[in-house]
Write a protein that binds this ligand. Sequence first.
Ligand code: G3P
Length: 232
Amino acid sequence: MKLFIDTANLDEIREIASWGVLAGVTTNPSLVAREGGDFIQRVVEICEIVRGPVSAEVLAQDVDGMVREGRLLADLSEHVVVKAPLTEAGIAATAQLASEGIKVNVTLCFQAAQALLAAKAGAAYISPFVGRVDDVSWDGNELISQIVDVYAADPEITTEVLAASIRHPMHLVQAALAGAHVATVPYAVLKKAIKHPLTDSGNTAFLKDWEKVPAEERDIATAVARWRASRG
Ligand code: G3P
């Protein structure tokens, strides 16, 4: 499963990209509005940082408008993936954009039947919203499983399942176990996912024990140089 970050914040993207784990970015109008500034400039900068798929959402609600905006966004960078909502217009626009070779991430998916239609329209990604399904008392992870199964049953489908609305690290693990191809994860959840108190206390204990080694033997570079010299 690939990891994307779900944010429009450049500092967050740079930091997680520096970990070497980031394959792409998803944004949505809420995330972009939170950051302010020039939307297009932001999309271009994100593409330059990540050099992987970067989802940027159309705002028009009619087919022609979505197609027009989708073409403009896709023209910004080879990395742009056009994001369109799972509405009738969104599906029609997806079919048109996909026929032109433009990748589309169909978003706001809440049932497997919607995901099937998005795939048939040629979506590159389908974005089921795990957390928001949980919010309304169903199981977001069950939705991921259903979509993975529906897609696996149809050899013509190449659409990738992109688990979105990830709220905590267990959502991430569950999405991977359910067979999602991608999870897009908020910065705060990625920071939580890397953190464990036993990792920190174990690391502190290792360093404390290392202090028992004579001072002149503690530095690895010095120790390696001494070992090489001893071999002639
Ligand atoms: O990727 C979709 C995401 O941004 C929505 O997350 O937590 O608002 O449901 P949330």
